[in-house]
Write a protein that binds this ligand. Sequence first.
Ligand code: NAD
Length: 439
Amino acid sequence: MKMTVIGCGYLGATHAACMADLGHEVLGVDVDVDKVHTLNRGKAPFFEPGLDDLLTRHTTSGRLRFTTSSKEAADFADLHFIGVGTPHQPGTNQYDLSHLFSAVCHLAPHLKGPAVVTVKSTVPVGTAPHIADLLRERAPAGDAIEVAWNPEFLREGSALEDTLRPDRLVLGFRTAHSRAETMLRQAFRQVIEAGAPVIVTDWATAELAKGAANSFLATKISFINAMAEICEKSGASVTELADILSRDLRIGAHGMRPGLGFGGGCLPKDLRGFTTRAEELDAEQAVGILREADAVNVRRRHRVIDIAHEELNGNLRGERITVWGAAFKPGTDDIRDSPALAVAQALHDRGAIVTVSDPMALDNARKLHPDLAYDDDPIAALADTRLLLHLTEWPQFSHIDPRHLTGQALGLKVIDARGTLDAALWRSAGWLIRRLGHC
Ligand code: NAD
């Protein structure tokens, strides 16, 4: 099949490359000229394991290319996926849908025949009818343009696997058994034949699916972090408590990892966007639990800053601190709402001299946090430091043998905010180790 993917960031570039890998002819569209050049050279403008290989293979084979032209997109195919960004409006927790409306408004005037416009971006419930109205008013083909909703559940760091072998495909339509459904089932034929369950539903349920899933996951992470707060006061072990809870099949292990909490471009944004939309719909009592999940998550960052204060005797001014981690989680170079960088910046703002190390995310971090110092080498970053903070759980950090570090750092104190350092080993190497949930 021929199809376009409009918006080629983390979601769109991955989706375009994976659809080409499934044998389709794909045209990616983005307003960012540099991004389009980079993608046409077979390179991803961000780090995602395996994506460069897929882009190179399919830009070379000719099955995949990228453009900035909406007209070219409309001429190329009659199936369009939209995956543009939906950040928050500045200073609010409401989604900014201007990129989505702009993408639709640029495409619409060129849609002269029947077509299916499938939105993958995460939106507040109630957006689909506006998109359908816009297309009906602005596309020459009018009512012949169908709108479908296909929320995306990929996780950065395993985005290819999640796209090619998703745990479910959600397809939302205005009416059942539409032409749009036939086309999407055909587009995802191999994915469906490989066993992905398909849930066909209405627009509103499909729109809610992503926000509800992220809100649930955020609540689960915040629940175990709230338990960590109780463990800190009671002397219990949050690691063992999490293990005990995880083995209950009704609860499960995913997300049951105490630590510095969640960040990134989706979970915090969707938790707040979902809450705000529910309030607009007069359902604010239903999302009280989500506001608390958000508050627990923010408290984790403050707790690390408080422990740093305690370990440096209440004075951060002029003290050297090393931070291991800049990405919001391992396996990505995405630093959007990164807990690690939020803590690093807060310590800098309180007068500390902070050096950050990360295997992948330093280029992005430098642009957003120019005040911080950076070092590619996590061991060199320890030079003369009084305190080490382990804030993103890259395996590269937990593989470092602390017995080889003596002499680098002045303080021999580490705060393990992710709980993945071998505490006994660090203690035996002479370090004082403090872990969230154990202090
Ligand atoms: P991103 O910022 O990485 O990418 C968005 C892209 O859209 C950018 O390349 C931007 O240049 C492009 N764009 C903006 N306006 C455009 C327009 N009018 N026409 C064409 N391109 C345009 O964002 P992302 O992380 O890929 O997220 C995109 C959407 O997918 C968001 O709604 C997000 O919540 C959702 N989502 C993201 C993930 C993820 O892991 N990143 C997972 C699931 C869902």
